[in-house]
Design a protein around this ligand. Sequence first.
Ligand code: DGY
Length: 353
Amino acid sequence: MAQCGWHTVAFPCLTRAIVSQLDQPTAGGQNRRMGWNILVTRRIPIEGIDLLRRSSANVRWHDEETPLPRGELLSQVRSCDGVIITGGDRIDAEFLDAASKLKVVSCIAVGYDNVDLTEASRRRVTVTNTPDVLTDACADLTWALILGVARRVVEGDRLTRSGEWQGWAPTQLRGVDVAGKTLGIVGAGRIGVAVAKRGTGFSMRLLYFARRAKPEMEAFGARLVTFDEILRESDLLCVHVPLTPDTRHLFGELEFRKMKPTAFFINMARGAVVDEAALVRALRERWIAGAGLDVYEHEPQISPELLQMPNTLLLPHLGSATVETRRRMSVLAAENLLAVLEGRLCPNIVNPF
Ligand code: DGY
């Protein structure tokens, strides 16, 4: 709920949990000095909010885990100069039309596929993201999925808790070795490189697919291959590309059919990079051995069949979810927003115009 010292706005048209600095009297009984109007659409770590509060901005904060209903979002953003948004908010022409004063959309995420950059740029609305600070957290969780699917970690946990475990048995819950296997990395951005770096510790053969050779990848012994090769050669194939018109459904029936029947598919990028129906078929019909997924095509909806399959390890979009990383993302999102509004240099603009 509301952070201490703030109080809930009492207008029935507003979400209960939206709190506002506008309504907070200062020691002298006056309202804070009016500044930029900023909306934060979701609960974020307090450090970013504190940063905004220390500026002269008027901050409205939807301090809830769930997104603002669309109608309310559109009405809240009407008077805003800046907004901090999460992946669940769709920033399209309708949103931007409703926000005629808007100067900056600050994404608390590295991915910004939920923002229509063309429409934003057309209206001279700057869009920013939070790269770098989440690279290690996302690479670590990729490895959690890799080891989780290869070594059947979740199944083991379930068996241990079930009360049915009879003790050590030579053929029980056998996974597959990771050491010595081929790790394919699709996408050679920051996270892909950090996944490769970790792969060197597991004595793996590292392959990657990208538009061009990346010295950072080669430094870890990874070899650039064609898309076809990476599909056919990988024992563990992980995806680290942004969602764009070019990468939507990059993985479909054709691609899964090319993979080894013993291979595991890991998606930490965006759900729509994968045709989820084709993935379900690939898993059901054993074209591939299993999948570790952090993202889904129609998030938060998940194909019901995926939920039933023993050869899937499913996480609820936790890539960057550590206390330290989310704190850094919160601060960076606030810094980006204030830098744009105040006309200072901002290194994280994704739509320079
Ligand atoms: C990101 O930063 O893009 C994460 O996936 C959260 O949306």
